[in-house]
Write a protein of this length. Structure first.
Length: 185
């Protein structure tokens, strides 16, 4: 092989290596990863079930016993973006020990029986903060890696969502609560 052919072959191999490295380093945007990692049926250590779709999430939670039940049922619209997750509750039923049942309903239906899409203000996402405006909660991305995305939620709480179907809820007051995706949608 001539020196010119060897040089040309070396350039081709080097160019291919650079292109492969660039492609393998490519990672989808945070909104795509967050939506993909979140979507599915989740169960937490205490038995709470949460179902995330591309545009909604539903929670069913029960703790205690019939004499002192702590019940929570909720349905919310969600919207994923590069800066976090916006969520707006449309139905909530909550019963805590010693309190009357709380009911909330704000259905976003149009006259043609379709749902009004969740409209958000992406400027309200602030890393390390959770902002609520007009009934919409803006959980902001605080940190993102190839393995997890860390969200700041209300009251200083944080949630770390992993690519492998595990999430950890970390209340500001301490502790860690694990959830596991048991089914992908």
């Amino acid at each position: 092989m001539s020196a010119k052919s060897t040089t040309r072959l070396s350039c081709i191999v080097l160019t291919a290596g650079v292109l492969l490295a660039a492609c393998s380093a490519w990672m989808p945007d945070a909104d795509t990863r967050l939506a993909e990692w979140r979507k599915g049926v989740w169960i937490s250590d205490n038995g709470t079930y949460t179902i995330y779709t591309d545009t909604h999430y539903f929670v069913i939670s029960y703790e205690g016993d019939s004499a002192s039940a702590n019940l929570y049922f909720g349905a919310s619209q969600v919207r994923f973006c590069k800066r976090g997750v916006a969520r707006k509750q449309v139905i909530r039923l909550r019963q805590t020990p010693g309190r009357d049942m709380q009911l909330f309903k704000d259905l976003p239906f149009r006259p043609d029986h379709t749902e009004e899409p969740l409209s958000i203000d992406t400027t309200l996402f602030k890393p390390g903060r959770c902002i609520t405006k007009k009934g919409i909660i803006y959980d902001s991305i605080t940190e993102t890696t190839a393995e997890y995305i860390l969200l700041t939620t209300c009251n200083g709480d944080k949630e770390k969502i992993f690519s492998n179907g595990v999430s950890i809820y970390m209340p500001a007051g301490g502790g860690e609560y694990y959830s596991y995706r048991i089914e992908e949608l």
